[in-house]
Design a protein around this ligand. Structure first.
Ligand code: AMP
Length: 223
């Protein structure tokens, strides 16, 4: 099936490598990347009425209301009518997904199914030198002396956000919220799941699958 435009959504828990895979998709398949977080941050920066309203929710760690989100994203997508796009961060709820299907139906929903245990293990390996912001990883970028900064010798700390219990809670919240959205797209017959632990493992599967839907512009080798 060769299509002139391909309307795609990418989903995946925090720490699943969604950012990395998204970058590769838009590069190889010549798609426009539209992230709801980026759109909101730009509205806040410009202090538009939507931006000011959104900020009051985001600052409290809440989701922006569905009607505000839908209006914002549908308007953004109108400018991309002639383009293939990759949506990221939207929809986050079933009412958002339903509204999107009514306005700009998606052809494909890609879900990055990285096991939670893998994500927790990866995140909990991160250690920080608080004074400089230097980040280490016990597996990928270990300090010379375990637990201490290479340059100053100060002890390293783990951010609260990176502690296993916090990461697990974040993942569980994501799953609770997202599962109904995934179920919605499964019932529409557009959901495609990619299971794996690392971006370099998942990426070739995503590329192969997308190439059956849209002619790639590039073939980039990674890893
Ligand atoms: P993100 O960069 O995707 O994590 O988005 C930052 C914040 O913007 C989120 O924590 C939410 O408060 C808000 N946000 C982003 N996308 C949505 C959405 N689809 N629905 C509701 N709120 C959203």
């Amino acid at each position: 099936m060769l299509k002139r435009v391909l309307r795609t959504i990418i989903m995946g828990p925090p720490g699943s490598g969604k950012g990395t895979i998204s970058e590769r998709i838009v590069k190889d398949f010549d798609m426009k990347h539209l992230s709801s977080g980026d759109v909101l941050r730009s509205q806040m920066l410009k202090a538009t009425s939507v931006g000011i309203e959104a900020k009051s929710f985001i600052d409290k760690g809440l989701l922006v209301p569905d009607d505000v989100m839908v209006k914002l994203m549908v308007t953004e997508l109108e400018d991309l009518k002639e383009d293939s796009w990759l949506l990221d961060g939207f929809p986050r709820t079933v009412p958002q997904a339903e509204a999107l299907q009514n306005n700009a139906p998606s052809d494909l929903v890609l879900n990055l199914a990285v096991p939670f245990e893998v994500i927790i293990e990866r995140i909990q390996g991160r250690w920080l030198h608080a004074a400089s912001g230097r980040i280490y990883h016990t597996e990928f970028n270990p300090p010379k002396k375990p637990g201490f900064d290479d340059e100053t010798g100060d002890p390293l700390i783990q951010r609260d956000d990176d502690k296993p219990a916090t990461v697990r809670a974040r993942l569980e919240t994501y799953q609770k919220l997202t599962q109904p959205v995934l179920d919605f797209y499964r019932s529409q017959g557009v959901l495609e799941e990619f299971v794996g632990s690392y971006s370099n493992e998942i990426w070739p599967k995503v590329h192969k699958y997308l190439a059956t839907k849209k002619e790639p512009m590039h073939f980039t080798q990674y890893g």
